[in-house]
Design a protein around this ligand. Sequence first.
Ligand code: AMP
Length: 142
Amino acid sequence: MNVATILKAKGSDVATVNPALTLAEAARLLTERGIGAVVVMEGRRVIGILSERDIVKAVARGGAEALKAPVRDVMTARVVTCSLNDSVDELMDAMTEGRFRHLPVVEDGELAGIVSIGDVVKHRIAETVMETEALRLYIATG
Ligand code: AMP
């Protein structure tokens, strides 16, 4: 199972924002869409990622005033991405190593989707259920 399989099930829609958007507006977008992160774009180029954790940290440091800051001041600019051929195991490794829960999918330099830890867990469980069922059948018919 790879990223292409995950995107086939969930679609390639990604919430993106302009780096000049305020944190308050970004927080509203995260809440309205029921998501945990947005990809920051300059034109068609990915220049950062902003997650709910970044907003919480900014508010902890600067109080409610921090919500007026632009996304570019708080986003993570070194974005780790994945590609359509990456396996679920590779995604799990990247998320564990980087200690984050979102991986934008970039293919031929273009943003092609986003995978969250929830998507990874869902597909890993489906994979495990399929393997267990195959083993059960093998034993039952062996
Ligand atoms: P998350 O666990 O995804 O809410 O993110 C935790 C921290 O990692 C935040 O500072 C995010 O900006 C950052 N982050 C999230 N996803 C990525 C990624 N794919 N590459 C680099 N940093 C990320």
